[in-house]
Design a protein around this ligand. Sequence first.
Ligand code: B12
Ligand code: SF4
Length: 343
Amino acid sequence: MGLANGPVAVQIEEARERPPRGPIRDAVEASKLFRSLRPDAPIIYGGWHPSLLTGETLREDFVDVVVRHQGENTLIEILQRMEAGQPLDMVQGCWFKQNGQIRMNSDRPSIPLSNLPLPAYDLIDFDAYARSSGERKLPYATSIGCPYACNYCTDMVFYNRRFNAHDVDRVVKEVTGLVRRYDLTEVALVDSNFLVDVHRAVAIAEGFVRAGVPFQWTFQASTDLLCRMTDAEVCLLAQAGVSHMGFGTESASQEVLALMNKKHQRTLEAIFKQPVLSNVIWKDVESLMRYLKTEITEGEGSRVRFALNGVRATFHRPHPKKETDKGALVSVRRFLENAGVKP
Ligand code: B12
Ligand code: SF4
């Protein structure tokens, strides 16, 4: 569309000189400017806010299409269709406006990260970033999503509680390769919760050490996951170059933690604990199931049926005791695994 070096690009560059005022305000301002300069060009939004408030976003005059959730394949398909002059009716993962009406297409199933090709890092001008920020730094996602359900966090709505991760070899090869090629000094892992799979995180750190490429890296994770690591594993993180770990400060109040739904996280961990625990309260298992939006139907007597993500199972509520017996807990664990839920 000739935007790269034309007058539109110049005006957008000028607007960028102004100090940022926050992502939404900046996006609104940039879109209005762009619309006034190129009223014929479609404007496509994507990312967290537009995915969570799609209707509200599309009601704005300057938004034509919203890509919901994971964006790569949806955006490509939209662009291909637009180029071919075809309608967007069948493009999964997007909502769009047609004659002033909002059309809601179905969501696109998420793609395993490993099915995506390598991003075109050669298009990034790392020198330009270094000139303006003084840092040779790369943000990199080794995973997306988090299996937990803290109720103040949008992750579970956005990624549906699926932990979708690159395999260890790809992360090690890609990150160390990029550090070498672009002479980077720091890599910021932007995963929602890098330590969800502690073994994987440790294997990545080991891979970085083996590669022998010096760089600093940072990540964010929930505090209780770090507590699961041994001292030796934490030392390995430091040896591998970790310079900063980001943790959310939650609360020292049990009541507030319960309101945040931290309890479900602990129940899920207890269900997967080895050796199998004998003190997991059945009521907690059921409230975890409700939280996961499991379909629960009452059977005869003490029977209760669960259905989640196409997986079904029947259990007996323990009585008169409150604790789940070990055999039943193993079955609950198998049910969750089959439904794609893991701690
Ligand atoms: C890194 C990060 C930051 C960095 C950004 C650094 C940088 N320069 O990129 C910093 C620390 C600055 C930051 C700040 C803030 N952040 Co932040 N941040 C993240 C984090 C951890 C990673 C984002 C990322 O790169 N992910 C990797 C990419 C691959 O995934 P993605 O962003 O989801 O993108 C995919 C889709 O969303 C979609 N997509 C995304 N954008 C677009 C655009 C288009 C056009 C299309 C078609 C598709 C599309 O396609 C992508 C590929 O599938 C996310 C949480 C997370 N793990 O994602 C929070 C997150 C985005 N941040 C969040 C928030 C709230 C903030 C702050 C407002 C916090 C505050 N109160 O100050 C500020 C805003 C600052 C600002 N001015 O923008 C929230 C947003 C919540 C929401 N909207 O519901 C998140 C989701 C964290 C959370 N769970 O609460 N953040
Ligand atoms: S553990 Fe962190 S990323 Fe995961 S749901 Fe809770 S707050 Fe969100």
